[in-house]
Write a protein that binds this ligand. Structure first.
Ligand SMILES: NC(=O)c1ccc[n+]([C@@H]2O[C@H](COP(=O)([O-])OP(=O)(O)OC[C@H]3O[C@@H](n4cnc5c(N)ncnc54)[C@H](OP(=O)(O)O)[C@@H]3O)[C@@H](O)[C@H]2O)c1
Length: 246
C-alpha cells in the first residue's frame, strides 16, 4: 500500500470473572497495511470489477465473486495477473481480510444469512451498495428509513463497515481520481471503526481518489446518488457540503 504505516488491529473482549478483569484478544485481523491485502469482492459487476481491478494493479490479491463465478473467466483473463481470481461468494469471504460489498441492496439479507458471522471477523467491509426501492423492494425502503449505513450494520452485526464509493459512476473509479481540471476528486466515507477507516482510506488513496471521512456510520445515510454529496467533488467541497448535513 502507498502509506508506510503498520496497522495492528486488535479487538479486545473484556471479561469479568469472579471480580477479575481479563482482557482477551478475540478473532483478530492483524494486518500490516504496508503489505498486500487479500480483498474479496461480493459482486463483480460495474463496481466490483472496476475497484477490484484497480487494487489488483496496486499489488493486492483480489478474489472477485458472484453467484456464477464461471462467468468471470474472461474478466480475470483480461486482468492478466496471478493476483486476480474468481470464486463463489463463500470462497471470497473465506479468502479475504477486506471485503467489498458491491451488490444490489436486495442481496443484503441473503448475504447476512449466509455470511454475517464471517464478515464480522474481517478488518474492513466496504459498503458501496445503495438501497433503491424501485430495484430492491422492501429491504431498500427499510434501509432508507434507518439510513443505509446503520441498516447494513444491523444486518451484519459486528462487521467493521465503511460506506464509500456510493455516488460516483463506477467507470470513473478506474480512471485515476482527477477531474477535468486536474483536481483530485474526494470519496466521502463513513464508518465507526477507526482501524477499518484507516485501511479504507489507504485503499481509496490507491485508486487515486482522496479519502474524506465525513462522519460515523449514521452519516452513511447521506452517501447515496442524487444527494448533496453525490457526484464528483474535491475533498474541500465534500467537507463544506458535509458540514451542512445532519
Ligand atoms: N454502477 C454504478 O455506477 C454504481 C455507483 C455507486 C454505487 N453503486 C451501487 O453498487 C452496487 C453494485 O452496483 P453495480 O452497478 O456494480 O451492479 P451490477 O453491475 O448489477 O453487479 C452486481 C453484482 O452483484 C452480484 N449479485 C447480485 N445478487 C447477488 C446475491 N444475491 N449474492 C451475491 N452476489 C450477487 C452480481 O453477480 P451474479 O448475478 O452473477 O451473482 C453482480 O456481480 C449497487 O447497490 C449500486 O447501487 C453502483
Amino acid at each position: 500500500m502507498s502509506h508506510h504505516h503498520t496497522l495492528i488491529l486488535q479487538r479486545r473482549a473484556v471479561l469479568r470473572l469472579a471480580g477479575c478483569t481479563i482482557v482477551a484478544l478475540t478473532a483478530v485481523p492483524s494486518l500490516a497495511a504496508s503489505a498486500p491485502l487479500k480483498i474479496g469482492t461480493i459482486g463483480a459487476g460495474n463496481i466490483g470489477r472496476t475497484l477490484g481491478g484497480v487494487w489488483v494493479k496496486a499489488g493486492h490479491e483480489v478474489m472477485f465473486s458472484s453467484r456464477h463465478p464461471e462467468e468471470l473467466k474472461d474478466m480475470i483473463a483480461a486482468l492478466n495477473s496471478n493476483k486476480a481470481r474468481a470464486g463463489t461468494v463463500a470462497e471470497a469471504v473465506a479468502f479475504a481480510d477486506v471485503v467489498l460489498l458491491a451488490v444490489p441492496y436486495s442481496a443484503m439479507l441473503g448475504i447476512s444469512k449466509d455470511h454475517a458471522k464471517a464478515l464480522a471477523a474481517k478488518a474492513l467491509v466496504f459498503d458501496a451498495s445503495n438501497p433503491s426501492p424501485g430495484r430492491d423492494g422492501a429491504v431498500a425502503e427499510e434501509a432508507l428509513k434507518m439510513g443505509a449505513g446503520l441498516h447494513t450494520a444491523s444486518v451484519l452485526p459486528g462487521a467493521r463497515i465503511v460506506r464509500a464509493f456510493n455516488a460516483i459512476g463506477a467507470a470513473r473509479f478506474g480512471q485515476g481520481g482527477r477531474n477535468s481540471s486536474g483536481a483530485r476528486i474526494g470519496i466521502p466515507m463513513a464508518g465507526d471503526d477507526a482501524g477499518a477507516l484507516k485501511i479504507a482510506a489507504a485503499l481509496i488513496d490507491e485508486t487515486g481518489f482522496e479519502p474524506v471521512v465525513v462522519g460515523n456510520l449514521d452519516f452513511g445515510k447521506h452517501l447515496r446518488p442524487r444527494t448533496p454529496l453525490g457526484g464528483e467533488h474535491t475533498a474541500d467541497e465534500i467537507r463544506a457540503i458535509a458540514a451542512t448535513l445532519k
